[in-house]
Write a protein of this length. Structure first.
Length: 362
């Protein structure tokens, strides 16, 4: 594949990876990570999440992320250090097929030329845990570009990564079914919100939603039982609360504000086991992983179509298209490998390129 890609990942002091740096090469298209239990397969994917995750939680270094050797004392309060670094290669610059979309300005400014090889950018995350007197201690982390090939770059060769530039590469992680629920709920919400924020709502839709919510609210509040509950609640609240704000509590079916209604949009599945609609939380862990993958792929497809101008209804300036999308699947044999939607070939369409990483046990 002659487009921007992750060439390698280097780690030191992260989870099961000790202080001696280890570098893992990444394939141009599909990379499969195979090994026995506790070999570091999941840790490698989580390391990449720390750089390119789509939620703040995925990108935050925790105390538990720092390496603890088999002979180390868990109660030791000495400072701990880790780094995670990726090399981002640009084959299109070597063969002359580069585009403005895949080579963002920040990439251009940090390019490092190499003899007989495509130029690269180095992105490095460093973190340190220190004992600040609290139980958990304090974790500090810094993400920066490195504009030299030196293994130990000097301070003047390090340049902070701008907040806007961090989204140039995004990783969509589908965890193993055994622990999917919590992670997929958070990332599914983030992906859905990303598309919803970019919708260019018509005035007719906004007016219709406003009228409908007001009608629903009026009908709901006219119910005698609801009115009785509201009156009792307001009476008791006024006995305990004599401020001029936060008065007159009431039961609300839906918000009257269009923005609030839109923010409560949820995915439902038709025809559950009982014949009724049901939400994502009713799916099994494996199904939730499968749905998260479907949503991530749908976002990837839609973003490409918006850039190509083949889809209407989205505001271009509100939908930031990453230069590179990475799909990381843990134990895909559990729920994905034999599905027709699984990307055996890494899809790309000019402006938005993708990698696929697979992780499974030996």
């Amino acid at each position: 594949m002659n487009l921007v890609r992750i060439e390698s990942v280097s780690l030191s002091g992260f989870r099961c990876f000790g202080p001696n740096p280890i570098t893992v090469d990444v394939s141009a298209e599909i990379t499969t990570i195979v090994g026995p239990n506790a070999a570091g397969k999941t840790a490698l994917l989580h390391a990449m999440l720390k750089l390119f995750g789509v939620t703040r939680a995925q990108r935050t270094i925790l105390r538990s992320d720092f390496h603890l050797g088999p002979d180390d004392d868990p109660e030791n309060r000495d400072s701990k250090y880790l780094f995670i670094e990726v090399s981002i290669a640009f084959p299109e610059l070597k063969n002359g097929t580069a585009t403005a979309e895949t080579i963002a300005p920040s990439f251009k400014h940090m390019l490092i030329d190499r003899a007989e090889k495509p130029p690269i950018c180095r992105m490095r995350l460093e973190a340190q845990w220190d004992d600040d007197g609290t139980v958990e201690g304090e974790v500090s982390q810094e993400l920066f570009w490195v504009d030299t090939l030196d293994e130990q770059p000097e301070n003047d060769k390090r340049h902070p990564v701008a907040v806007a530039d961090r989204g140039l590469i995004q990783l969509y992680y589908t965890p193993a079914s055994r622990d999917a629920a919590a992670q997929t709920r958070a990332t599914t919400g983030a992906l859905a919100a990303r598309l919803l924020r970019a919708i260019e709502w018509s005035s007719d839709t906004e007016d219709a939603v406003q009228e409908t919510t007001e009608s629903l609210t009026a009908a709901f509040e006219d119910e005698s039982a609801i009115a009785a509950i509201t009156k009792a609640l307001q009476t008791r609240w006024s006995d305990l609360h004599d401020e001029v704000v936060d008065t007159n509590p009431r039961l609300s079916l839906v918000s009257r504000r269009f923005e609030d209604v839109v923010n409560k949009i949820a995915v439902v599945f038709e025809q559950g086991a009982d014949g009724r609609e049901r939400g994502i939380e009713a799916l099994s862990d494996g199904q939730q992983s499968l749905f998260y993958f479907a949503l991530a792929a749908a976002v990837f497809d839609l973003e490409r179509e918006v850039v190509a101008g083949s889809v209407e209804g989205f505001r271009d300036n509100a939908l930031r298209i990453p230069a590179l999308s990475i799909f990381a699947l843990e134990e895909p044999e559990n729920h994905l490998l034999n599905r027709p939607g699984f990307p055996r070939h890494s899809p790309s369409s000019g402006n938005n390129v993708s990698h696929t990483l697979l992780e499974t046990a030996a």
